[in-house]
Design a protein. Structure first.
Length: 403
């Protein structure tokens, strides 16, 4: 199989590249800048730079088509939110290539946190009580409703831009910095106590072919996980299958969910219909078979499997030495790094290039680095250049499905 992995800047994209390349597949990588870590893996047959899917969609699609033709690509695996642009412009891709992501309408339902709450409710998956704020007045009314609250934009990611009065992020963001609108609403929920539980799944023709459930005991700036430990998947696999069934049962692509474990009761918080770090916990042959749908039983990661991004663990240890250094030093000597055994160290040496790219995207503003790192490949619910009338209508219908 000849595979194109897009947005190769992500650590999990590099992991997919290594696993597919090591199992006999021909892999090509792309991103919007040359220094993306995944574009420098020894497991690649080639790599290319494309335009931004967000800021230059037409050119991006033209660039992807050129790469598909030059490398005779069979399968495109989006690793981040370029999935939305590729799905909305699926009709402009060659008929010979398979795009491993859902139909645009389904992606939108999953990604919009407000419509996802409705979808989870329909699938009989527990969710917290939720209010949707579309202006400042409704936001203030919603947070006044809960003594302890948790709020974020319907289109947000990576634990960036969270408004709360509880926990380690309390007061980090001011309500004055929040600007909900009908097109860009905010969700407000009671703060649910308990650890965050994450999942990653591959789905082929409505069947979950691989699944893992994990926690992130170490996080960078209380947001993005940098250490990942697999736990029991029994309950989350059932919930994932229920959501896939509620989507219509023919979904293809990757799904990642966040839950809060409140004293044994899981509450669904949000969905990322794309790759996440959970893929790191799968073995190479498991992932390859799951993406192709050739396995007869769902590959489920056993509890206890653990991986870490050692360079990020080290950086976090010295960013917060009093609270993180002892555990981080233990993890650095006892937990397997995501790059261990691949003999592919040159790829991660390009990590500083990703930070430079993020700094450029921030354009000197106060935009948080985590948000800036992906700002040229995200989708925030807007109409996409060149999308079909049917997908534009579907997007309006998704907005109407918000709780």
């Amino acid at each position: 199989m000849r595979v194109l992995v897009t947005s190769s800047r992500n650590t999990f994209a590099l992991d997919i590249i290594r696993k597919l390349g090591s199992t006999g597949h021909t892999v090509v990588a792309t991103d919007t800048y040359a220094g993306a870590v995944g574009s420098h893996s020894k497991y690649l047959a080639g790599h290319a730079v494309t335009a931004s899917p967000r800021f230059a969609t037409d050119q991006y699609i033209a660039d992807i088509n050129k790469i598909v033709a030059e490398h005779d690509i069979d399968l495109i695996i989006p690793s981040f939110e370029e999935a939305f642009y590729l799905s909305a412009r699926r009709g402009d891709l060659p008929d010979s290539v398979t795009l491993f992501t859902g139909e645009f309408e389904k992606l939108a339902r999953l990604h919009d946190k407000a419509s996802f709450q409705r979808l989870a409710e329909q699938a009989e998956v527990p969710i917290p009580e939720t209010m949707v704020a579309t202006d400042r007045a409704s936001l203030l009314a919603a947070i006044d409703r809960y003594p302890r609250y948790f709020a974020r934009a319907a289109f947000s990611r990576g634990g960036v831009g969270l408004l709360t009065n509880t926990g380690p992020l309390a007061g980090k963001m001011s309500v004055d910095d929040c600007t909900p609108t009908p097109d860009q609403p905010w969700l407000v929920q009671p703060f649910v106590d308990g650890p965050m539980i994450c999942t990653y799944s591959t789905v082929v023709n409505g069947r979950v072919t691989a699944h893992c459930t994990y926690r992130a005991p170490e996080q960078w700036a209380h947001s993005t996980g940098i250490d990942f430990q697999a736990i029991d998947s029994t309950e989350t696999l059932a919930y994932t299958e229920q959501i896939v069934a509620a989507l219509g049962g023919d979904y293809n692509g990757q799904l990642s969910f966040d839950f809060v474990n409140n004293d044994g009761q899981l509450y669904a918080i949000e969905c990322n219909p794309r790759s996440t770090n959970g893929v790191i916990l799968l073995e190479a042959d498991e992932l390859a078979a799951a993406l192709a749908g050739t396995n007869t039983e769902t590959a489920v990661v056993e509890p206890g499997v653990e991986r870490q991004v050692s360079i990020a663990v080290l950086a976090d240890a010295f960013a917060e030495p009093l609270s993180h250094l002892p555990k981080s030093l233990h993890d650095l000597t006892h937990v397997r790094d995501v790059g261990a055994g691949w003999h592919d160290s040159i790829a991660m040496m390009w990590s500083p290039a990703t930070l430079v790219h993020g700094a450029k995207m921030a354009h000197g503003s106060r935009q948080e680095l985590l948000a800036a790192l992906a700002s040229d490949i995200v989708w925030n619910g807007e109409n996409i250049d060149g999308m079909s009338d049917a997908d534009a209508d579907a997007l309006e219908a998704v907005h109407a499905q918000r709780v």
